[in-house]
Design a binder for this molecule. Sequence first.
Ligand code: NAD
Length: 486
Amino acid sequence: MLADKILNFIGGEYVATDKWFDNRTPISNAVIGQVAEAGKAEVDAAVAAARAALKGPWGTMPLARRVELLEALVAEINARFDEFLEAECADTGKPRSLASHIDIPRGAANFRVFADMIKNASTEFFEMATPDGSSCINYGYRRPVGVIGVICPWNLPLLLMTWKVGPALACGNTVVVKPSEETPRTAALLGEVMNKVGIPKGVYNVVHGFGPNSAGEFVTSHPDVDAITFTGETRTGEIINRAAAIGSRPVSLEMGGKNAAIVFADCDFDAAIEGTLRSAFANCGQVCLGTERVYVERPIFDSFVAAMKAGAEAMKIGVPDDAATDMGPLISKEHQEKVLSYCRLAVEEGATVVTGGGVPEMAGELKDGCWVQPTIWTGLPETARVIKEEIFGPCCHIAPFDTEAEVLEKANDNKYGLATAIWTRDVARANRVAQKMEVGISWVNSWFLRDLRTPFGGSKQSGIGREGGLHSLEFYTDLKNVCIKL
Ligand code: NAD
């Protein structure tokens, strides 16, 4: 049964406020709950609880016990898998088949990966001769950074939140999480799990609300928050970067993308089609790593466009519970309007609409949902706004290319630099192109194949810093050096 009142979680207690906002499901836009908006007082209380836990039971806990608790969290999330699934699907409308394979298992696995990582983390050691004929030894050791402000987006709510909270807690920090206002449920539910497994009160706090002049801004501008980690739009990241500058606090920014797929004529055609359909339309195109620009070598351009059109038109748009559903709705009416405005703009800019471009016909209460058809365009010039700007919907543009140099120039001609997918059987070429792409992550003959130990993050305006494996430990710990004269 879904809670219709979604509360803040502060110091191990659920906390209501006198200000509420609606929680809607995007499948019908119906209000399905009320969320307690945290004001300054609640954010102060959450930060104070996080500080107290850091100074108290969490800060003094032996690493082995902390690791046990993180492993217990994984087990408890898995034990309550269906509740997490229901909560995530209610907030996002995404297919259960997707959330049960990606969002919830990865949401849990993020704790295991970083529990393993911290158990095995090493630091540097150097011995140096000293002028007196003796020597000194240097060794590094890691301390938690402190209270971490965690600002999350709505597209993969549990997964992207625990991708930050997992390493933060593994490294001994405490957190104040501000989930997206669109998707508050799983972050709130995780509080129950924290209490059940015995994570000390105040280690994990959740404050609900919006960005400016609301919980987001109150967390990021709070002087007792020691570091901020953010995933969301580049525009918001810039505001958060400015907030973090006050007090010179470390900040990690995972931001927008306008990712290219590069498809060479020698690729495994079916694999390239399957991968590109997934990268353009999975999660209704609301994946930061998703493909919005597809460049296809001319000899296979027409057949590629035809196969993409057939694939897009075969996709079943529907509700989370229908096992046949391939694609759910966008997150909100506001986002639907944004994506549809790009559909109109594409036509104004001269695109040929290969398929989609509008709202699918849905029956009954679903009529009011935030649906958009899978959409493919061709024929736009590289200067078009639709080619340059992040849309974050189920849309892609497909363009032909003739040479490797030409496609590299086009694919890199963007302010974003998050990810790319390269499809070819020529390994030397794949390697060459991957190395020249101005992005943080390149996939060759795959997409979204994630080893959580690898560096994850964006180049250019897609981000600052890297998460994943040891890179997360770099952000969530303060590495110190001790020099001992022998
Ligand atoms: P958003 O920037 O609108 O919101 C993200 C979070 O920031 C929300 O919790 C929001 O309330 C908060 N926020 C907004 N303004 C704020 C402010 N002034 N101060 C503090 N907090 C503020 O992003 P979104 O629409 O939720 O997510 C979609 C975006 O996220 C897309 O651009 C997508 O590419 C990006 N994204 C990036 C990655 C990545 O790893 N690089 C992953 C997922 C999503």
